[in-house]
Write a protein that binds this ligand. Structure first.
Ligand code: F3S
Length: 78
């Protein structure tokens, strides 16, 4: 089974800077309320790099990515 990755965004603390949507437009867009939202919260390994860049570029660190194994155990990557 391929590895699965889950994205969590602490949206309450997003300041709408737009960095995530700029570096990873494949999965991040700015919503009508001015805050970012991910198009998908479950991503494949192939989609990881782009989303990691989004997380790394967020100035308030509200994007986190977890690796989920077959048993459902979550390990935080960023
Ligand atoms: Fe918000 Fe961070 Fe993106 S502040 S707009 S989640 S880069």
């Amino acid at each position: 089974m391929p590895k699965k990755y889950v994205i969590e965004q602490d949206r309450d603390n997003c300041i709408g800077c737009g960095a995530c949507a700029a570096v990873c437009p494949d999965n991040w867009e700015m919503a009508d309320d001015g805050l970012a939202k991910p198009l998908k919260t479950e991503i494949s390994e192939a989609e990881l790099e782009c989303n990691k860049e989004a997380a790394e570029g967020c100035p308030v660190n509200v994007i986190h990515i977890y690796e989920v194994d077959e048993s459902g155990n979550k390990k935080q990557i960023i």
